[in-house]
Write a protein that binds this ligand. Sequence first.
Ligand code: ADP
Length: 432
Amino acid sequence: MEATIDSVVESLKSQLYALTEVAKTLTLPLELPELLELALRKIIGVVPPAEVGIVMLWDQPAGLFRPVASFGFDFAKIKSMGLRAGESITGSVFDQGKPCLFKGPEEVAKAMANMRPANRAVFDRSLPSRRQPQCSFAAPLAVGEQKYGVLILETLTGPRRFTELDLPFLQTIADLIALAIDRVRLEARADAVRQAHESERLRAELMAVLSHELRLPLTAIKGYSSALLLEDAHWGNEKKLEFLRKVIDESDNMEFMIQDILDSSMIDVDQLNLEIEPVRLQRLAHEITDEMQRRVSRHHLIVDIPADFPIVDADPRWVRQVFRNILDNAVKYSPDGGLIVIRGEVRATQVVISISDQGIGISPEDLIPLFEKFFRVRSALPYHVSGTGLGLPIARAVVEAHGGRIWVESKVGQGTTVFFSLPKAEAFLEEP
Ligand code: ADP
């Protein structure tokens, strides 16, 4: 009698140990598959009759039970199994909603009899040394009304097998697993909601910043044109021209910003659609600087690229945009004017273009996030410089889409140089 009590106490102690170990494992901050795999490993270690185990979860969109984690099975193989509702042990135990024991190989085989052949083949191939289960325990994984799937533990060799007495204990283990699944899924849902809120908040903030940036030049345009229309004011010709020039400048500002916003949204949806052709960068650089020089008077723009500069394979529309964005910054951030020089350097497989200004420069800590969307340095200038914080991210996306790189060197108070590389045209590379 004493021996029996001793063995019951011993068995209860080992069950308690097993439960504690599995519960401890299930609290680890892991992704669901890793968490379940670790829990199965633990269960197999502390519940002697269990030699292999698998967690099958209902995949609602697919309408199938899928293996999410296993122990003992070859997971790379078994993961392709997909069981329909009611199929095999998983399907029937899920429907019944209570734990089941299949005591011998015949009972197991009978419970698996309706498994579709493709699934059966996958199951057989993933069993260690193809040994068929001798005894199987399966329990539904559910929390309240929420049914997630089924836990299956199997004995392949014995000699120990599950008995009816093990059922409550095994169901408790299944309940712990179901609670962990519930927790991970709730956390994931809460994360998704948090992320959605956060991105909505950011979007609203950015829209506010962009609208503000667009409104500034608009206000100026309205102010100058209203002033010109004032009936009582008698502006001299000089003044009128000055106002009109301001209207044009501010319209250019708006146009650039709108272009940046459009380009950035095209990049976001992967719509760069490069139309590659041979491009002469020195010609492109001259066209853009001539056009820009007409708009600015305090800056002197110089192109220092030799006439025999290699041709690159590129989309001229987008490379023009890169030049514009960088040059636009060179002008905006050198308020005292100065020289802006575009140089070209030839390397083994690439050409490197550099654009230097003598402006306010950028501090080392601001160089790090410079290519992040919407990043703008907190300006040291006493007045507002309009911009979207999209110019450099667009330039980077375009340069990288061409297989090049973009980077910046700068010294506060001395000026900035933006470099970008583009691969030489194939034809050019083949020349001796
Ligand atoms: P923005 O529309 O604000 O000019 P960009 O992405 O083109 O956006 O540039 C990001 C930030 O980098 C700018 O707000 C500015 O602070 C800084 N920056 C870019 N180019 C220069 C430059 N040549 N000199 C100084 N600061 C620059």
